[in-house]
Design a protein around this ligand. Structure first.
Ligand code: SF4
Ligand code: SF4
Ligand code: FES
Length: 245
């Protein structure tokens, strides 16, 4: 690195959204550090420069899903996003997630996001009482593999914020809720397959997806909601042909 480049990158120029639905970006200068994450930058601002900045995080290790923000125009989990990867020239713009109401600064209201999980019947509904012996699911069965591919979702809403269809059609259930429904549709122990398929096959459900893949490209857990949504489309068409929908 030349002396000139070093000097350019000693501190980061950071624009941070302040306010709610109406607000403005405010500029901060933050010291650049080795292995610094975007969440480290936001934390530095809140602890050292402006304690009124509102943001959210919990685990700092990519498990809780609470730290997602829009970083230089792209939705990301901030605790595992290194500044060096997203801001090679030392400029960061940090905003709340898109497609969700802003409570304050970098904090969004996730009610609508999780209400859609409920509308998609995104909870396990057991077909046997808890006292029953463990169900035995073959690990290499097609259903188990399909569920496995989507099960590590941490509810971060990165996919939801990245989906243009959600932006155009606020009723659309969105990639995370549909991915959750897909994992349950592949769970042999679940008793609500018919009701769940009806819940996700409507106008605001899987058939509204335009297969643009932004959710899949940006999911930090490597999940492909697009693939699960395609699976739900196939399932619902088959059910329709059978007269079961
Ligand atoms: S693939 Fe479907 S759910 Fe995913 S971002 Fe595109 S339109 Fe949204
Ligand atoms: S599918 Fe991926 S991007 Fe969407 S909420 Fe789950 S972990 Fe986050
Ligand atoms: S703080 Fe938990 S995922 Fe980032």
């Amino acid at each position: 690195m030349t002396r000139e480049t070093e000097a350019m990158t000693e501190s980061l120029s950071v624009s941070v959204w302040r306010g709610g639905a109406v607000g403005a970006f405010r500029e901060y200068s933050v010291p650049r550090r080795a292995s610094q994450t975007v969440l480290d930058v936001v934390t530095h601002i809140q602890r050292r420069i402006d304690p009124t900045l509102a943001y959210r995080f919990a685990c700092r290790v990519g498990m809780c899903g609470s730290c997602a923000m829009t970083v230089n125009g792209v939705a990301r989990w901030t605790c595992r996003t290194h500044v060096a990867r997203v801001a090679p020239h030392g400029r960061l713009e940090i905003a709340p997630l898109a497609n969700l109401p802003v409570i304050r600064d970098l904090v969004c209201d996730l009610d609508v996001f999780f209400e859609k999980w409920q509308r998609a019947r995104g909870r396990f509904e057991p077909s046997a009482p808890a006292s029953t012996d463990f169900a035995r699911i073959a690990p290499d069965s097609g259903e188990r593999r399909a569920a496995e591919a989507g099960i590590e979702c941490i509810g971060c809403a990165v996919c939801y914020a990245s989906c243009d269809v959600v932006a155009w059609n606020p009723a659309y259930l969105g990639p995370a809720a549909l991915n959750r429904a897909w994992t349950l549709m592949n769970d042999a122990r679940d008793a609500a397959h018919g009701a769940r398929l009806r819940a996700v096959a409507g106008d605001a459900g899987c058939h509204a997806c335009h297969t643009q893949l932004s959710c899949t490209e940006r999911c930090p857990k490597g999940i492909s909601p697009t693939a699960g949504i395609a699976g739900l489309k196939r399932m619902s068409v088959r059910a329709l042909i059978r007269g079961a929908l």
